[in-house]
Ligand binder design. Structure first.
Ligand code: NAI
Length: 695
């Protein structure tokens, strides 16, 4: 299926047909060009309508062809648009639902455009680090004017057709419920003999004093686009629609497009785009795996995580009951959630009606029998196997058959937890990230006995909760925390060897991390890591850690929540101020353990932090804990503030080159705490074979 050709009286109708969104892949482009040629060759045809089958006019380039030579094989999108624009018979675009990217560029090549109301119009290429490369930057300003076109192209945000009804983009926007195709065919009939044919490329972009406006826009966009070059290039190419002749503008657009497509930022964004789409696809759990209905939920524990998790259900319209051990703790948990919604209401981000609807979906109890009918229960009690055991034994006794029993544990063995029940097939890990109502990531932990339908249901639920669900196998820390432990170890060693927290954080933040390791520790609570290390000292005494973090915790400096951590904090202010006391403590610790402090370069800091993630990621991949390298990247992009323009740790390692990563690791293996740098076998193999993680 690609495009259909039908003649309706004297009007030929070409219907793009490439589900799901009529992507303009090679077969569709070829069929559309053939359709135009056929219509031109048929004397009975006086006008042509192009529309899209199903749920879109066209969503633009076919993402399946993205990195393949097919994308450039003739007829290219340029050729298709040129064929349409050069047609000697009028071409009318009949636009509905979705008209984006190449789809909108194609519509701009038509002589006339008729839209159904509510059609989403966008040139979203900037979101992939690109610019519209098939004339969009030259044609859109010619119908919308400079300012509006710039807004759409630089932001990539869709605008509804009705909002653009008064612009030259449309010849008509039909009434709600009207038959768009019938209207377009009738319109084509009325303009069949009208000459000359109107062409967008013949229009001029008038903007008095455009240079001043463009300069202002450049400054604003530059300040807002961080490390990404595409937004500014969008401005430059749109500017060319004012300052250059149409054909020169097209050439300029092409040039800049070809430059952008080679940038590491665009490659990273495209990687993240595909990674998000494949995350949650599990080879032995096909898309048609039956799922269970989730109509009611329960959450055990109304603490930091339980409250946020409950909000996720409420936001998705699923009623939720919170269970606690004491009335006081329950009331506190419920009050925190209410306060959260009140703040959203005050900010105007929630209507009074929605606010009330949400609160009505929330209730609390101290009695397990009250939650027995829930379809899913998420446990978020203390991170202690004994407490988890009590809870899961109780859940096994009260929950209805078929209920999903989920645990939010961040490090404990899910298989042991499942073993506390007589229904391990119903047990799964749902590892939310803090704050759970905000963070996009949901690690879905598949236990040895987890049922395929339970996994499929949880994956579907993650979409309903607007999370990026990534499947992880069972291991200590799962994907994200297992890797971050290696990163934190390196951060600690760096302190012993000569760094102070601020230097490490600054280097990490310059690389692009949302927060360096020490600011992150202060935000999350340094006591969490302390608790885990204390367990490790007993269970795995061979693993080395710097004692600096323990010394910090012994001072009660747990982070922002205690008003002091690696940094000092002022009441009501999240800004981190370097602490002389902590810095002295770090320097003294080096002396105490006989380490002569040295100057550590920012490059070394970043390499040690990032490559420790990569090396552990390689192990996780090899062990099958993560299904694919891009899943690890998704975990880091959505849960750990890894810089988006670097595409995630595994993708970043691929761009650096695995032999380069390996030689750095081998160098650090010869330094202090070299035991932390045993290269992962998978990294050794891939580097030797000249391959990449993301293959
Ligand atoms: P928290 O200490 O804030 O809350 C735990 C809540 O569970 C408390 O309100 C407590 O009263 C309640 N509770 C304890 N035993 C109970 C029982 N037997 N029945 C009912 N309620 C009980 O802890 P937090 O931070 O919310 O952590 C909960 C779980 O989530 C842990 O497994 C933790 O590892 C995990 N987690 C925590 C993250 C974080 O950033 N805090 C991130 C991801 C997971």
């Amino acid at each position: 299926m690609s495009a259909e050709y039908l003649v309706n009286g004297s009007v030929a109708v070409i219907t793009l047909n490439n589900p799901p969104v009529n992507g303009l892949g090679l077969a569709t482009r070829t069929a559309a060009v053939e359709g135009i040629r056929k219509a031109l060759a048929d004397d009975a045809v006086k006008a042509i309508v192009i529309t899209g089958a199903g749920k879109a006019f066209s969503g633009g380039a076919d993402i399946k062809e993205f990195n393949s030579p097919k994308a450039l094989t003739e007829p290219s999108l340029h050729t298709l648009i040129r064929t349409v624009e050069d047609s000697t018979k009028p071409v009318v675009a009949a636009i509905h639902s979705v008209c984006m990217g190449g789809g909108l560029e194609l519509a701009l090549g038509c002589n006339y455009r008729i839209a159904a109301p509510g059609a989403q119009m966008a040139l979203p290429e900037v979101k992939l680090g690109l610019l519209p490369g098939a004339g969009g930057t030259q044609r859109l300003p010619r119908v919308l004017g400079l300012e509006m076109a710039l807004n759409m192209i630089v932001s990539g945000t869709p605008v509804a057709s009705d909002k653009l009804a008064q612009t030259a983009l449309f010849d008509a926007v039909t009434a709600p419920g009207a038959d768009l195709l019938a209207a377009a065919v009738a319109f084509a009939g009325t303009v069949a003999d009208r000459r000359p044919l109107p062409k967008v490329r013949d229009r001029k972009v008038d903007y008095p004093n455009h240079e001043a406006f463009l300069q202002f826009t450049r400054n604003t966009v530059k300040a807002m686009s961080g490390p990404f070059p595409a937004p500014l290039q969008c401005v430059e190419t749109v500017a060319a629609s004012v300052t250059m002749k149409f054909e020169d503008g097209l050439k300029f657009e092409r040039e800049r497009f070809m430059q952008l497509i080679q940038t590491s930022e665009s490659k990273a964004l495209r990687h993240a785009f595909f990674a998000e789409r494949v995350a949650g696809k599990v080879p032995d759990v096909p898309a048609d795996t039956p799922t269970r209905d989730i109509r009611r939920a329960a959450v055990i524990g109304a603490g930091t995580m339980g409250g946020g998790i409950a909000m996720n259900f409420v936001n998705a319209g699923i009623p939720v009951v919170l269970l606690e051990t004491r009335q006081e703790t329950l009331d506190k948990g419920l009050a925190t959630i209410r306060k959260n919604y009140e703040n959203t209401l005050k900010k105007g981000k929630l209507t009074q009606e929605k606010f009330e609807q949400r609160l009505a979906l929330l209730s609390g109890t101290l009695v397990y029998e009250d939650i027995g009918q829930a379809d899913i229960v998420v446990e978020a009690v203390f991170e202690d196997m004994g407490v988890k055991e009590t809870v899961f034994r109780k859940l096994d006794a009260v929950m209805k058959p078929g209920a999903i029993l989920a645990s939010n544990t961040s490090t404990l063995d899910l298989n042991r937890i499942a073993g506390f029940t007589g229904r391990p097939q119903d047990v799964i890990g749902t590892h939310f990230f803090s704050p759970a109502n905000v963070m996009k990531l949901l690690e879905i932990v598949r236990g040895a006995a987890t049922g395929k339908d339970v996994l499929a249901t949880t994956l579907a639920l993650s979409k309903k909760l607007k999370k990026t669900g990534v499947v992880s196998g069972v291991c200590d820390g799962f994907i994200g925390n297992r890797m971050i432990e290696q990163y934190s170890r390196q951060a600690g060693f760096l302190l012993e060897e000569g760094c102070l927290p601020e230097q490490v954080d600054k280097a990490a933040e310059k690389f692009g991390f949302a927060m360096g390791p020490f600011r992150m520790g202060d935000l999350a609570g340094n006591d969490i890591g302390w608790y885990i290390r204390k367990r490790r000292y007993v269970e795995a005494p061979a693993i080395s850690y710097s004692a600096s973090a323990d010394l910090l915790c012994e001072l009660g400096r747990f982070g922002q929540k205690t008003g002091a951590g690696w940094y000092d904090y002022k009441p009501g202010d999240r800004k981190a101020y370097p602490s002389a006391l902590v810095d002295d403590m770090i320097v003294k610790h080096s002396a105490d353990i006989g380490v002569e402090r040295r100057k550590v370069s920012d490059q070394e800091i970043v390499e040690r932090l990032v490559y420790s993630l990569v090396n552990e990621g390689a192990r996780i991949l090899e062990e099958g804990i993560a299904l694919r390298a891009s899943d690890i990247d998704m975990v880091y992009l959505t849960g750990y503030g890894f810089p988006l323009h670097r595409g995630g740790p595994m993708f970043y390692a691929d761009t650096v080159g695995l032999p380069n990563v390996l030689s750095a690791i081998e160098k650090y293996a010869k330094g202090r705490h070299g035991d932390a740098w045993t290269a992962a076998p998978l990294l050794l193999t891939l580097a030797a074979e000249g391959k990449t993680f993301n293959g």
